[in-house]
Design a protein around this ligand. Sequence first.
Ligand SMILES: [Zn+2]
Length: 389
Amino acid sequence: MKRNKILASVSTVALALGALATFGGNHVDAATKSITPALPYRYKTDTAYFLDKSTSAHYKGVWNSATNAWKKNGFAWKAAANHSKTTLSSYSDNSASGLNVAGYDKVQYNKTTGKIISSEVRLNRAVFKKYRYNTAEQTNVAEHELGHALGLDHNSKGSVSVMNPANRYYSIQGCDVKGMKKIYSTVASFDSVSENAGDIVTVVNYTPTVKSAVTAVKTSYNAKTKSLTIAGKAKGASKVAVSYNAKALKPVKVTKKGKFKTAVKFTGYKDFTLTGLNAKGKAVTKAYVLTKDNYAAAKPTLLKADRTKKGLTFTTDAKKKTTLKFYYKNKLVKKAKLTKDKQKVFFSAKSLKGKKGNFKVVASAAGKKSSQAAQFKIIGVGQATVTNY
Ligand SMILES: [Zn+2]
C-alpha cells in the first residue's frame, strides 16, 4: 500500500467568536439554574469572618482573590485577627482516593436554626500540582468552597456556575450572586431559638478533581482544498499537539475560552491524535484519537446484488444523505443520492451493455472526506449475491 504523506503543513485558522457554531453547533451542557440553590445553613448576615491559616504567599493570594471576588459581588468576607469559626487552609493528599478531591468544606451547623457552628474550607495542593490547575482555576475552586461555606448548594451538572458540582473553570456567575442574595435578603434570627446539642450536624461538601481533556471535537472536510478543519475544546491546556499517522504537525493554540481550531491538508485514511499541552509543552491530557470513522464517509458494503434481464440492482449498507458514486474504468457512470438507509441502486440492461468486471464505488457525505473505494462485481443475468452480516 502506498505510504500516506502530509501534503502541506498545518495552518491555524483564526478563531472568531462563535465560529464553532458553524460546525453543527456547540456542545450544550445541562441548563444552568438561574438562581443557584441554597443549603440548609447560613451566616446571620452577608458579612462573615474567616481565619486564613495558609503559610505560603501563593495560597494566601488564592484565598485573598476568592474572598475578594465574593466581596465584589456583595458578600463581605472579612479577615479575622486571630480566631474565627471559619478557617481557610490547604492540604496535600496524593493518595489514589485523595487525588479525586480538589477541595472541600466541612460545616457543622444547627439543623433547627441553620446556624453555622464551624466551617473548615480546604484546597488539595496535590491535585492542583498533578493536574496543573493554574492560579485562576485554583481560585475558582476556592470561590466554590466559599460558596458552600456561605450556604450555596450546587447548580446543575454542566452548569455555567461557580457552584457547578465539579468546578474548575468557572468563577462567580450571575446565578450564584442571585442565589447568595436570596439567602441574605433576610437576617437570620438565630438568637430567638435555644441551642440544643442534639440539633448539631456536620456535612462535608467535596469538589471532585477535573482532569484536563480534549473534548467536543468536530471535523469538517473541504474537498476542494483537500483539508480537514478540526475544532474542539482543550480546557486546561495552552496548546494542542496534532499528529497524523503518528507524525507530529505544528501545535495549535488554545484560546482563553479553551477552544482550538486548525486545518490540515492530508491524504489517506489514518488516525489523527490530539493532545493538550501546557505552556512548557508537556502533555496535560490523554491523546484524543480521530479516526476515518470520524472524518470520512463510511466505505460502502455490498449487502445484495441481483441481476435480471431488466438490469442489475445493488443494495448497500450506506445511510441516507450519502451519495454513492459508481466508476467504471475510472469514469463516473452513476451518482446516486440516497434518501433512505440501504436504498437500492439500479443499472438498466442498456447501461450495462459491454461492461464486465467491477464498478469502483465511493461514498460521500456533507462535511466528510469521500470514503475509501469498494469494488462491486458486475454479475451476469440470472445471478445474485447476498452477504449476510
Ligand atoms: Zn461542591
